[in-house]
Write a protein that binds this ligand. Structure first.
Ligand code: NDP
Length: 393
């Protein structure tokens, strides 16, 4: 019997909860907890089988510990915000419960995400006899598993990886982000960074770009950014000589972003306004559409995948693996857009593999450290089918 505690009732939390509810063989009992109870209740109302809900402030470890002791889950799926990763991991250590998330920790007052904070928990999780699975969304998450699959099935050595994330969908709003606006804008406005020949090379934000012809979508301009899976993939596949991450943005999106940046609306330092301290980016988040409401009428597809170059049996090889996801189809299934869907489904799959014991360990792990086969099979089964092609090297 397994009970799962899902923390966070946003766009991703809604998908994870519904996908777990579709698999009662593993997820026997589900509790959804978040800061705003009404959001948990709205998700609960969409699910045919009974689930429990609870209110929690996940910034508060003591509150989390009380909730966990009441609920007694086997696993916590953290789909709140990256700010809560460490408080939830602390609560897991105190209560001896396994942990999974989709985004690595970043401090609220500094837009800098890296795995060190969470990797530093490895020995404590190991001593406590529990497991943490980090970054189990799509990117990071599926992209890491795609690399593990490529390394296991198709390459002796992987040398060059380009992770390419294209959202060619249209939600009908002049400007909206597909996941939490605050986290998304912090990520996009950071300096770019990529790894080459043992060094991390920094670039001006969104200054490096090129065109790629995405399957079923066509040519799109994509921009080099730093993304967290680069850090763990370089660590876990030492043959990598270069790894870069690219994301597409429309001209309309970039124009809005530039204006907002220029007027200071993306800043994270508090500004004194009429007797109150206001963080401009948090205020902007309050004005922008909630990502969980974007699904209705969203048209078009996402295509996220990895272009990998390396060698097999002494021969050069070039290989592309990707998933296509359709916004409208996701909405029909779980009332969500494809970015929430492509994050929530892998979180459910990772949780399923942990609970069934197919992925097990003591300590803190990234997804590429496990056998990719059951995860790759599950992607096809639970709504994220993948394609792979070999190209002229
Ligand atoms: P949302 O903003 O839609 O949802 C976040 C949820 O977390 C909200 O319900 C929010 O509550 C809740 N929350 C925030 N702070 C707290 C707190 N202190 N205590 C309890 N609950 C809290 O975000 P998304 O669903 O779009 O994204 C969720 C996560 O998924 C993010 O960490 C994001 O970075 C990650 N992600 C990962 C991707 C991947 O591929 N790996 C891709 C996309 C997203 P409230 O409603 O009260 O604000």
């Amino acid at each position: 019997m397994h009970k799962v505690l899902i923390i966070g009732a946003g766009g991703v939390g809604g998908v994870v909860t519904q996908k777990c509810a579709q698999a009662p063989d593993v997820f026997n009992e589900i509790v959804l907890a978040s800061r705003t109870p009404a959001k948990c209740e709205a998700i609960k109302a969409r699910i045919a089988r009974p689930i429990e809900t609870a209110q929690v402030d996940a910034d508060n470890t003591a509150e989390l510990v009380t909730l966990i002791r009441n609920v007694k889950p086997s696993l916590i799926i953290n789909v709140a915000l990256p700010y809560q990763d460490l408080t939830i991991m602390d609560a897991c250590l105190e209560t001896g419960v396994n942990y999974l998330d989709t985004a690595n920790y970043e401090p609220p007052d500094e837009a800098r995400f890296c795995y060190k904070w969470q990797w530093d928990y490895h020995d404590r999780f190991k001593e406590r006899g529990i497991m943490a699975l980090l970054g189990c969304g799509f990117d990071p998450g599926v992209t890491n598993v795609f690399c593990a699959h490529a390394a296991q099935q198709h390459f002796d050595e992987m040398h060059d990886i380009d992770i390419m994330d294209c959202n060619a969908g249209d939600h009908g709003h002049p400007f909206a982000t597909n996941f939490n606006p605050e986290i998304n804008i912090r990520e996009i406005t950071q300096r770019g960074k990529y790894y080459q020949d043992g060094q991390w090379i920094e670039t001006e934000p969104l200054s490096v770009h090129k065109t790629f012809d995405f399957p079923q979508i066509g040519p799109r301009q994509m921009y080099l950014m730093y993304h967290e899976e680069e850090e763990s993939l370089v660590k876990n596949f030492p043959s990598i000589k270069r790894i870069r991450f690219w994301m597409t943005f429309s001209r309309e999106y970039l124009t809005h972003l530039r204006v907002l940046q220029n007027v200071g609306m993306t800043g994270i330092d508090p500004v004194r306004f009429e007797g109150h301290d206001i963080v401009p980016l948090k205020f902007l988040k309050a004005l922008l559409p909630d990502p969980s409401t974007l699904g209705a009428g969203y048209q078009g597809k996402t295509c996220i995948g990895c272009m990998i170059k390396g060698v097999k049996n002494g021969q050069s090889r070039k290989y592309y693996i990707y998933n296509i996801c359709d916004h409208a189809q996701c909405y029909r299934e779980v009332n969500a857009q494809a970015v929430s869907y492509t994050t929530g489904v892998p979180a459910m799959i990772g949780a399923r593999l942990m609970l069934s014991g197919q992925w097990s360990g003591k300590g803190v792990f990234n997804v590429e450290e496990f056998d990719p086969r059951p995860f790759m099979d599950s992607l096809n089964k639970y709504g994220l089918p993948w394609q792979e092609i070999f190209l002229e090297p």
